[in-house]
Design a protein around this ligand. Structure first.
Ligand SMILES: [Zn+2]
Length: 254
């Protein structure tokens, strides 16, 4: 079975619907691809039906185009039901199989509830947490088509709700610099023409405004916030705090 496995991915970003990942972390994913990482997107549902889309085929084509704009290597859309997505054993196993197949080093998922928006997002959070855990469980091969176990080393999450002032609870927040990829992010969202027709043009202002605000907080022209599920550790707090700083004064030759 292991011989049939695809090339592993560095990062998998999970969303409930095609466009969740683009809206929240499209700039981060595009930046990671440019830095040479192998990146995948998993949408738990095809996002259909929605009011302005003629059908799933169109939404799938939009998702494919958006993924190509970001440059991600893999996009998988699972067949769980939109609008009635629930944290269930079947949903956990379906996503756990994806993790076992692609062996990601980092999983990014939705952080929390999204007030006044789809309840699927909160279910996706719980499904993602469980699938990260299930991925590493031994003596359970019969549920995972014999796929080998995989331990995901690190899980982070992204805030998705636009109608909140506070960040969801976490073990820490950090900002990814997307100054170079904000335009790519916005273009990937525009690929969802059925979801963001001209009447919803304000969404682009919201997404850009949030990226500018989050970026400014860390000294970047634009940024995206990621939250850690477990605290980040470091042996070198100076290098972590000053990633672009000079080498230590103590190590510089006199
Ligand atoms: Zn969504």
């Amino acid at each position: 079975m292991a011989d049939d496995l695809p090339e592993p991915l560095d990062v998998i970003a999970v969303g409930a619907h095609p466009d969740d990942v683009e809206i929240a972390v499209g700039g981060t994913l595009a930046s990671l691809v440019r830095q040479g990482y192998r990146v995948g997107i998993v949408d738990l549902t095809d996002g259909e039906p929605t009011p302005n889309s003629p059908g799933p085929e169109v939404r799938l084509a939009e998702a494919k185009a958006a993924g190509e704009i970001l440059g991600v290597q893999v996009r998988e859309i699972l067949e769980l039901p939109n609008r009635r997505l629930f944290d269930s054993f079947e949903a956990r196993v379906a996503l756990g199989k994806v993790f076992r197949r692609y062996r990601p080093r980092v999983v990014m998922g939705i952080a929390d509830r999204t007030p006044m928006a789809s309840p699927d997002h909160w279910q996706a959070r719980q499904i993602t947490d469980a699938a990260v855990f299930y991925s590493r469980l031994t003596k359970w091969d019969e549920h995972f088509d014999g796929l080998p176990v995989h331990t995901v080393p690190k899980q982070v999450s992204y805030p998705l709700g636009l109608r909140q002032l506070e960040l969801p609870p976490s073990s820490g927040a950090f900002v990814v610099d997307i100054s170079e990829t904000l335009d790519v992010k916005l273009e990937s969202i525009r690929a969802y023409a059925t979801q963001f027709p001209p009447a919803k043009g304000h969404v682009f202002h919201l997404v850009e405004g949030r990226a500018r605000m989050h970026g400014a907080a860390a000294g970047f022209a634009a940024g995206e916030v990621l939250l850690t599920s477990t605290p980040l550790g470091t042996r070198d707090p100076v290098a972590t705090l000053l990633p672009d700083g000079p080498s230590p004064v103590g190590r510089q030759s006199k």
